[in-house]
Design a protein around this ligand. Structure first.
Ligand code: SF4
Length: 274
């Protein structure tokens, strides 16, 4: 055992799991967030087989998240002699947002009719969330499907019991946190108890995904400005470029009714009023 901590299932259940797992290739999806990190730590601790750990880097991760992933990778290498497999779009978020050439005739015609540039997807929005597809789902799903087909892989996904409705019925998927009855709050505590504090990200933010996400709450953006001023400066530069390239329509709109510059003015006024 590598670290002291809680156990969430009996020895008998452990043995059954191990028997099932030793016959299969076992892959894990690691987002780097508290739930998948807790699952990963407990699987190591319970000596469950792990053949492959997949992580999709959106290229817009907090530096603290990058450090957290490196720390998990060190642990994985020490414990099991393998490294995390990082999947990354070859050109990254900003290239897709500003520079990817439009390929489909319909999209090109639409852009020309609207007087829009023929490159870049613009800011992602609730309706067109291109980033989750291009930077996460397509990369991970392709690799997971390949492992399931070619290696009969069991695939482990870190969904906490409070979100059990997100589990699907794929017989090759496993949801250990749901099986062990572990909530999101417990998952975070499991990480903290084992010395994984995400560089304090969860002390500040509700979420630990892309710092530039336009879908995050305004309150989270206010915290970004305070706690990560260098990332806030990058976000302002990205949004200025987006407004210049795409204009006031949805592609150039960071949030409905809010550009990052207008948020900057609002937050600065709030600071001055305090
Ligand atoms: S966190 Fe936001 S920006 Fe990042 S992939 Fe998800 S929706 Fe896109």
């Amino acid at each position: 055992m590598f670290l002291p901590g809680l156990f969430f299932c009996s020895k008998e259940e452990d043995t059954t799991e191990k028997q099932e797992n030793t016959n299969n290739f076992c892959s894990i999806s690691l987002s780097g967030g508290k739930d998948s990190t807790a699952m990963f730590l407990l699987m190591l601790e319970k000596d469950m087989p792990i053949d492959c750990v997949l992580y999709a880097d959106t290229t817009m991760e907090f530096p603290e998240m990058e450090a957290h992933i490196a720390k998990l990778d060190d642990l994985l290498y020490r414990e099991r002699g393998i490294h995390i497999t990082t999947l990354r779009h070859p050109r990254g978020f900003e290239w897709l947002m500003f520079d990817v050439p439009q390929q489909q005739k319909r999209a090109i015609d639409r852009r020309i009719a609207a007087g829009q540039p023929l490159t870049g997807y613009g800011w992602p929005g609730f309706k067109v969330r291109w980033c989750t597809g291009q930077l996460k789902a397509h990369l991970l799903d392709g690799e997971i499907d390949r492992l399931k087909k070619e290696r009969s892989a069991l695939h482990y996904i870190g969904i906490a019991v409070d979100e059990a409705e997100r589990c699907n019925k794929d017989p090759q998927n496993r949801y250990p946190l749901v099986e062990w009855g572990i909530t999101e709050a417990q998952a975070l505590q499991i990480c903290y108890d084992r010395g994984f504090d995400f560089g304090g990200l969860y002390e500040i933010y509700h979420r630990a995904s892309c710092w530039c996400c336009p879908l995050q709450r305004i309150d989270e953006l206010r915290k970004l400005r305070t706690h990560h001023p260098e990332l806030w400066a990058r976000l302002r530069a990205m949004d200025n470029r987006a407004r210049e390239q795409f204009g006031p329509g949805p592609l150039g709109q960071f949030k409905q009714n809010w550009s990052v510059e207008r948020l900057e003015e609002r937050f600065a006024k709030e600071d001055a009023a305090q």
